[in-house]
Design a protein around this ligand. Structure first.
Ligand SMILES: *Cc1c(COP(=O)(O)O)cnc(C)c1O
Length: 356
C-alpha cells in the first residue's frame, strides 16, 4: 500500500473547539463546511456532536450528508438556499438557512412549511459579497416576521479583514453591525476564527470558528493567541527511493534544483495530486525521520524530493511529515503563496485515518 496518508487527530479537534468556546464565552458553532476543511465532515461531526450545539456547512447537500450519517444537531447553511424547492428539506431536516436576499424572503412567504424556521439574517457590513445593507435590515426583518413562518432570527455578519491586526476595518464593520442589532434587539453571530483570536473586544451571542478548530492559524505571522491551537491533520508518507548524485545534477521536472555538492536525495510518495502544493519552492521544510530537512526540486503529481545529505540516519522507508504537529501547515502555505485553508481543502486521494 502506498504510504501517503492524512491522520486526523479528533482529540485535538475537540480541544480546539473547547478553546474557541472558552475564548469567546459565546455559543460556538463548529464550522465543518467543505468536508470539514478536508478533515472529513462526518467523522469531525461525530467527534464534536456532544461539544457543540450547532454545526455550520455551506449548503444543503453538505448538511444532508451529515443527516444521512445520523448527526442530529441543528445545521446552519452559511450560503442559505439557492432555489425555493430547497425549503422543503430545510424544514424537514431542521436546518437553519442564512437569509441574504429579498428573493429568499419571497420564497419563504410562498412556502408551505411544517413548522416555523430558525434563520440567520445576514447583514453586509463591509464584506460586500452577500447580505442586506445595514439600512435595509429592519425592513427585511419585519417582512420575515410578517410571513409568520419564522420561529427565531439571529442577526449575523462576516468580517473581511479580521486577520489584519493593524487596521480598524473590523471595528468599523462591527460598529455598523452592532448599531442595527441594538435597535432590533436580536441575538447576534459575528466572529470567525481570526476575529475570535485577535479581537477579544468583539462580542456576539454566537461565534463561527472554522480554521482554528483544525489547529491552524488564520494569520500570516505568528500570534500569541494561536499558540494553544493543536494541529489536527498530519499529512505524512515515507521515503520510497534514495540516490546519491554528484555535484551539478538537476532534479525533477524543469531542473528546478541543481546539486551544489555531492548530495543524497530522497523521493517521497506525495505529490500535487494528493494536495501538496505544486508551488512549494525549494527549501520548504519537511520532516524526515524526526529531523527537519527541505524540499528540493519541483513537486510532481505523485512524488516529491527532499535533501537527505545531512540526514545519514534517514533512508528507504523513513517517515515523512509534510505538515502536522512539527511542520505547520500555515508555514508551508505561506511559502507556497497560499493559506492553510486551501492546503487542507485540497487534500484528496490520500486515505484518511482517524485517531481519538
Ligand atoms: C467559513 C466561514 C466561517 C469560518 O471562518 P474561519 O476563518 O475558518 O474561522 C465563518 N463564517 C462564515 C460565513 C464562513 O463562510
Amino acid at each position: 500500500m502506498r504510504p501517503a496518508q492524512a491522520t486526523i487527530d479528533l482529540k485535538a479537534l475537540c480541544l480546539n473547539y473547547q478553546l474557541a468556546s472558552s475564548l469567546s464565552g459565546s455559543k460556538a458553532i463548529a464550522v465543518i463546511k467543505a468536508d470539514a476543511y478536508g478533515h472529513g465532515a462526518v467523522e469531525c461531526a461525530r467527534a464534536l456532536e456532544k461539544e457543540t450545539k450547532v454545526f455550520a456547512v455551506a449548503f444543503l447537500e453538505e448538511a444532508l450528508e451529515l443527516r444521512e450519517a445520523g448527526i442530529l444537531n441543528p445545521i446552519l447553511l452559511l450560503e442559505g438556499f439557492f432555489e425555493e424547492c430547497e425549503l422543503a428539506q430545510i424544514d424537514q431536516y431542521n436546518l437553519w438557512p442564512v437569509i441574504h436576499s429579498h428573493w429568499q424572503i419571497s420564497a419563504i412567504e410562498k412556502a408551505k412549511l411544517l413548522k416555523p424556521l430558525t434563520i440567520f439574517l445576514k447583514m453586509d457590513s463591509g464584506m460586500h459579497r452577500v447580505g442586506f445593507f445595514p439600512e435595509d435590515i429592519p425592513v427585511a426583518y419585519y417582512q420575515l416576521l410578517a410571513t409568520k413562518k419564522i420561529a427565531n432570527t439571529t442577526l449575523m455578519t462576516h468580517f473581511a479583514r479580521a486577520d489584519e491586526l493593524e487596521i480598524d476595518y473590523t471595528k468599523k464593520q462591527y460598529s455598523a453591525f452592532q448599531e442595527v442589532a441594538n435597535k432590533l434587539n436580536l441575538e447576534t453571530c459575528v466572529c470567525n476564527s481570526p476575529a475570535l483570536l485577535a479581537w477579544p473586544e468583539i462580542k456576539s451571542h454566537w461565534v463561527r470558528p472554522g480554521i482554528m478548530l483544525y489547529g491552524a492559524s488564520p494569520f500570516e505571522h505568528p500570534q500569541h493567541s494561536t499558540n494553544q491551537l493543536q494541529p489536527v491533520m498530519t499529512l505524512q508518507s515515507k521515503i520510497i527511493s534514495v540516490r546519491t548524485l554528484p555535484q551539478g545534477e538537476s532534479i525533477g521536472y524543469g531542473g528546478l534544483y541543481t546539486t551544489n555538492k555531492p548530495s543524497r536525495i530522497g523521493v517521497v510518495a506525495m505529490g500535487y495530486a494528493d494536495g501538496y502544493p505544486r508551488h512549494a519552492p525549494n527549501d520548504t521544510p519537511i520532516m524526515v525521520a524526526g529531523e527537519k530537512t527541505r524540499l528540493i526540486g519541483r513537486v510532481s503529481m505523485d512524488m516529491l524530493t527532499v535533501d537527505l545529505t545531512d540526514l545519514p540516519q534517514a533512508g528507504l522507508g523513513s517517515d515523512v511529515e509534510l505538515w502536522g504537529k512539527n511542520i505547520l501547515a500555515s508555514d508551508v502555505a505561506l511559502l507556497a503563496q497560499t493559506i492553510p485553508y486551501q492546503l487542507f481543502c485540497n487534500i484528496k486521494r490520500v486515505p484518511r485515518r482517524f485517531t481519538s
